[in-house]
Ligand binder design. Structure first.
Ligand code: SER
Length: 593
């Protein structure tokens, strides 16, 4: 079975069961400061899981491109990927456990033909937040699953979400494919074990809780289902392929690396996998319409890391960075059918990869010279201080293994224990920083963020009025404190332009204009000249928010009902975000009226 066929079967199955197909959202979350990337299909749907009405109805299905950065450093095993595709079906306050589990089982066993004897499932063991999920187990048993195929686990394994610090979440039941050719590695070997016998393919989350800013789990007003079935992994299972890297998703990329290196995949499996995974993810991030470029911040930093690691591994296999360009071209060619944005943004992808390769070469050069100087000061058989090695890491991105390699050439050791200690400390500091930054929470629908959502529409409209109709949104990120708006524009704004933009927004606020929401088809929205990314495949029905004759925009909401509620508006900062994209940070409130 081919990947597209599998994807189609999945979508068709759920459409027949009353779901509406929606398109894959951007990899960069809209309005949501709680995570850098879309990590699951539920992410763009968070407001609807919290109770907003979705224009496409209460049953949805899609295949969402996702990025998970948690284990970039561990990529290389048989099943973990930085970018992966998640097929998902949702009930927004519609069906719950019974129907959800029945459909998952029916699809796997009757549509895909997987032998139920090769499945194992898990359920939530219960704690102070939610009861032991006997209900789920009873449903699995009614499907014919035996006791030995069912496993209970606690929150660590069987509770999903929130995706960020706050948001919808709940107990889940995960479905595993059991590789019967691998014996149990120990008496208590089960789905939670990492020995390779159990491969998680599908997760059904029963999202009936919201984790709030105080860390409390409160019941949501509706019972939702959020599921995710890994496309790459399911393809492996159906095709009896041992790793995701040997599926049709990766073979063309592996071939390019073989050709460029003169090596066979089997001679350097881990290196091939890392190069293929990182380049595929980097091309998808660059190819997103949001226009993220490599930088030292947020998504740009992850992108930089992916590109630089790719180059390092190419070098390890004796190549320079040039093959990276052939790999990128291959990814665009292979995936553009399903993700047309890659073709649309191909010039940007290629240009940014080249720029980054040149920058990295310069950094490497400087780093090598400093390493040389440090090593010259150490006697043969001596040891390089872990702090020096760590400095090479933070200033030049030199991973420990590179420094060890360079030192070894001169018969010098590196104090890697000290390096690791400093590294851990550094990670903890940045994690704490991220948590602080993400405190605003996932899809926070508080009064403050609602005001900022509407102010964002007014800001976009004002920018178009002052700078011209070619200004469009490239990204939006809202916390309880401020809005951050990225838009297409080539140069720094003048003081006069900024003052005029601010004045126009405040004028609309003062005028007390009603904010109207209507549902309509994408075609109708286009006829209204609503603002929105029409290049994307939108779902059939969309929500359009109109603010008098000031603004008309496709958006999921939420918004205030009258602009007067915003109080006032002030721009705090205007700066470059990436090439051709500017960024404005602004605040709202009575004090800025
Ligand atoms: N959100 C759940 C997961 O990522 C189901 O899609 O596993």
């Amino acid at each position: 079975m081919k990947a597209n066929e599998l994807k189609r079967k999945y979508i068709d199955y759920f459409v027949k069961k009353g779901h509406t197909e929606i398109p894959s959202a951007s990899l960069i979350p809209e309005n949501d400061p709680s995570v850098l990337f879309t990590t699951a299909g539920m992410h763009p749907l968070a407001p609807y899981l919290l109770g907003e009405k979705h224009p496409a109805g209460r049953r949805l299905v899609d295949c969402q491109k996702c990025i998970r950065t948690g284990d970039i450093d561990e990529v290389g095993d048989a099943s973990h990927l930085t970018m992966f595709q998640m097929m998902g079906n949702w009930s927004l306050g519609d069906y719950f456990k019974n129907e959800s589990i029945e459909m998952s089982y029916d699809f796997l066993v009757n549509v895909l033909g997987i032998d139920p004897a090769n499945l194992a499932v898990t359920a939530f063991a219960g704690d102070e937040n939610a009861p032991r999920d006997e209900e789920t187990v009873a449903i699995w048993k009614s499907m014919g699953m035996k006791d030995e195929q069912i496993f209970f686990y606690g929150k660590k394994e069987n509770w999903w979400g929130p995706a960020g610090v706050t948001g919808p979440c709940g107990p889940d039941t995960e479905i595993f494919f059991v590789d019967q050719s691998k014996p149990k590695c120990s008496a208590d070997c089960g789905p939670a074990c990492h020995c390779g016998r159990y491969l998680e393919i599908w997760n059904n989350v029963f999202m009936e809780y919201n984790k709030n800013a105080e860390g409390k789990y409160e019941k949501l007003q509706q019972q939702n289902v959020d599921t995710g079935l890994g496309l790459e992994r399911t393809l492996c299972v159906l095709e009896h392929i041992p790793s995701v890297y040997e599926t049709e998703f990766f073979l063309p990329i592996i071939e390019v690396i073989e050709k460029a290196s003169g090596l066979q995949y089997g001679q350097a499996v881990k290196e091939f996998r890392i190069i293929a995974d990182h380049m595929r993810a980097a091309v998808f991030i660059l190819g997103d319409d949001k226009g993220v470029a490599p930088s030292n911040l947020d998504q740009g930093y992850v992108l930089r890391k992916l590109i630089r690691r790719t180059i390092r591994y190419l070098q390890k296999l004796g190549m320079d960075w040039q093959p990276m360009m052939d790999i990128a071209e291959t990814v665009v060619r292979e995936y553009a059918g399903e993700y047309p944005e890659l073709e649309r943004n191909k010039a940007f992808i290629i240009e940014q990869l080249q720029n980054e390769a040149v920058k990295f070469a310069k950094t490497l050069d400087q780093g090598l010279r400093l390493t040389e100087r440090i090593l010259d000061g150490i006697e043969e058989n001596g040891t390089m201080d872990g702090e020096e090695a760590f400095k090479l890491y933070t200033s030049f991105g030199f991973p420990l293994d590179l420094t060890i390699e360079l030192a070894a050439e001169k018969g010098i050791k590196v104090d890697s224990v000290k390096f690791e200690a400093l590294f851990k400390e550094h990670q903890e500091i940045s994690r704490a920083g991220s948590l602080q930054k993400f405190k605003g929470g996932l899809a926070d629908a508080s009064e403050e963020t609602t005001k900022l959502h509407t102010a964002t529409h007014l800001l976009g409209a004002a920018l178009r009025k002052v700078l011209g109709p070619d200004v469009h949104q490239k990204g939006s990120n809202i916390t309880a404190e401020r809005l951050r708006f990225d838009f297409s524009f080539e140069r720094k704004l003048t003081k006069e332009e900024l003052t005029e933009v601010e004045r126009l927004v405040n004028e609309a606020i003062k005028a007390g204009i009603e904010v109207n929401c209507e549902e309509m088809t994408l075609g109708e929205a286009r006829d209204r000249q609503a603002e929105g990314v029409f290049g994307d495949k939108y779902g059939d029905m969309v929500k359009v928010y109109t603010i008098g004759d000031v603004s008309c925009e496709i958006c999921g909401g939420p918004h205030v009902t009258n602009t007067a509620q915003i109080g006032g508006f002030k721009i705090k900062k205007e700066e470059a975000s990436s090439a051709g994209v500017r960024r404005i940070k602004a605040v709202v409130g009575e004090q800025y009226a």
